[in-house]
Design a binder for this molecule. Structure first.
Ligand code: NDP
Ligand code: MG
Length: 390
């Protein structure tokens, strides 16, 4: 007896997570049917995906690209545009992979949960910024929020035994592992001269440019503290960071009795992607399979919080709650984009974010309008500082 294929929308299909999701889908043609894809500026690549998977709905970021996309795909393919297009596509599939980069992924997160779909979330920025709003929609009947981010996917697996404990009171700490990025072991004075090229050399993961820079500043880990708190309903003071350069232990849950559960694999994002797509079943291809027949060392060390102040900025934002995480993430997006286009030195990214946070006035973030205003305000402040310093 054949089981019906589950429909999948892959939004952010042309990026690093998007391409790796396509790898997983290619292996599982009997299980999943890709019905919708979306991307930003890489139209030709997006059209190739539409053809290969015979996709019937495609989204592009800009209204002005609609005609170009129409010309690239067959006439029976529906083309939608912009944030409303993303939201529309998110409502058309049982499973939605949010692989969009940055705050632009917000419509996908909200629309999927509102429609009662399964949200496989790589786009941490939307959850971090909209945490209080996501809490209201994530319990829509049928809605499921599953983390693709490797640390959170590890914790999701290690928390299975804690599911009956209200507020996870049996959890002493979540331990997020961090590779330490390309600058692990660098002193503050060495970091002052770090270049964009240095920052783009991640030791263990190949990822899109924004998250690669976030990993080099440790802001990625700071954002992941906020992400874990929002996902698992555990306050940030119970979420800790440990540097683990091999990126084999993807994260750990420490229980109050001292027992620590960890999830291991070789670093390969296709494993957490496959886990989120397949749940409650395990898909049988072993991405990132471990080899315990050869010798291997796993090491752990505390992060250098003086050289990498992004971590403390994130804990402070968690403590202030409301729109503070949205400000942190928005300011960071502006700063990282400026670094990537060569207009801001790497060493100025986190100082810029810290200065923006000084302008934040507490806001409980009780509506989508308030979120959009806060996001815009943080970007305005960040851009203003950039202009002054250029
Ligand atoms: P990439 O930059 O490689 O890809 C981003 C994707 O988003 C591209 O497909 C891009 O389209 C698309 N996109 C950007 N803006 C829009 C928009 N306005 N509308 C529609 N699509 C848009 O990023 P990654 O794949 O590395 O990261 C994606 C998300 O996953 C991020 O939130 C990141 O933090 C998270 N993540 C990534 C990991 C990784 O290993 N890469 C690991 C854990 C989390 P186009 O290219 O066509 O412009
Ligand atoms: Mg991660």
């Amino acid at each position: 007896m054949s089981v019906a294929r589950r429909s999948v929308a892959l939004l952010g299909a042309t990026g690093s997570i998007g391409i790796q999701t396509l790898d997983v889908l290619r292996r599982e043609p009997e299980a999943f049917n890709l019905v919708a894809v979306a991307g930003g500026s890489r139209l030709v690549e997006l059209a190739e995906i539409v053809k290969e998977f015979n996709v019937k709905m495609v989204g592009v970021a800009h209204d002005g690209d609609r005609a170009a996309m129409r010309a690239l795909v067959s006439s029976d393919v529906e083309v939608v545009t912009g944030p409303s297009g993303l939201a529309e596509l998110a409502g058309r599939a049982e499973i939605v992979v949010n692989a969009v980069m940055g705050f632009a992924g917000l419509p996908v997160t909200m629309a999927t949960l509102e429609a009662g779909g399964r949200l496989c979330l790589a786009n941490k920025e939307s959850l971090i910024a909209a945490a209080p709003l996501v809490q209201r929609v994530r319990f829509t009947p049928g809605a499921t929020l599953l983390p693709i981010d490797s640390e959170h996917c590890a914790i999701h697996q290690c928390l299975a035994g804690s599911s009956t404990s209200p507020g996870h009171r049996d959890v002493a700490a979540l331990w997020l592992t961090a590779s330490g990025g390309p600058f692990r072991g660098w002193s503050s004075s060495q970091l002052a001269n770090a270049t964009l090229a240095d920052a783009l050399q991640h030791p263990t993961w190949t990822m899109g440019p924004k998250i690669t820079i976030d990993s080099s500043t440790l802001m990625n880990k700071g954002l992941e503290v906020l992400e874990a708190s929002a996902l698992f309903g555990i306050e940030a003071t119970r979420i800790k960071v440990v540097v683990h350069p091999q990126s084999v232990v993807h994260s750990m849950v420490e229980y109050v009795d001292g027992s620590v559960l960890a999830q291991l694999s070789r670093p390969d994002m296709r494993l957490p992607i496959a886990y989120c797509l397949g749940l409650p079943d395990r898909l049988s291809h072993a991405w990132g399979k471990m080899d315990f027949t050869s010798a291997m060392d796993l090491s752990f060390e505390p992060p250098d919080r003086v050289a990498f102040p992004a971590l403390d900025l994130a804990y402070r934002a968690a403590d202030r709650a409301g729109a503070a995480p949205a400000w942190l993430s928005a300011a960071n997006e502006v700063a990282v984009a400026a670094c990537l286009d060569g207009s801001l030195a790497w060493s100025e990214i986190i100082p810029l974010v810290a200065t923006v946070m000084d302008s934040y006035v507490d806001d409980p973030l009780d509506s989508l309008e308030a979120l959009m205003e806060n996001d815009a305000a943080a970007r305005r402040v960040a851009s203003g500082i950039l202009k002054l310093s250029s």
